[in-house]
Ligand binder design. Structure first.
Ligand SMILES: [Cu+2]
Length: 127
């Protein structure tokens, strides 16, 4: 233990005994439930994905054009705001949704091509 810390008083509070800095968790447990939706010239794949509540979905843009993945409805994007974190993906880029904690079905689309049926999909969030 740090006997010296007891005598040093309040000025030493927050200073570690061994010089190690506290390590914050960088990966939340929910990340293990990550699922992947890939975007290609053929559209999104899979078109429908089922995940556990609290999980996230990684969107990967393997197309040679940009895509702006957003929650339904269009253009308000209010159905599942966590999906809007994906947003603008350049070719080769990928990004995760936020934690999808509510048990519901979330539709998504490419905001730049909102009428393209190949770029529409659903995430089914289950208990
Ligand atoms: Cu939109």
């Amino acid at each position: 233990m740090c006997a010296w810390k007891l005598t040093a008083g309040l000025v030493m509070l927050g200073v570690g005994c061994s010089g190690e800095s506290p390590v914050a968790p960088t990966v939340s447990p929910e990340t293990t439930a990550t699922n992947v939706v890939t975007i290609s010239a053929a559209g999104v794949s899979p078109r429908s994905i089922q995940i556990q509540a609290g999980g996230r979905v990684l969107f990967v843009n393997n197309d040679d054009g940009v895509h702006d993945m957003s929650s339904d409805d269009h253009p308000a994007h209010l159905e599942c705001p966590e999906l809007n974190q994906v947003g603008y993906l350049s070719p080769g880029q990928s990004r995760e949704t936020g934690n999808l904690v509510a048990v519901q079905t979330c539709g998504f689309h490419d905001h730049l091509d909102a009428q393209n049926p190949g770029l529409l999909g659903t995430i089914i969030i289950v208990e």
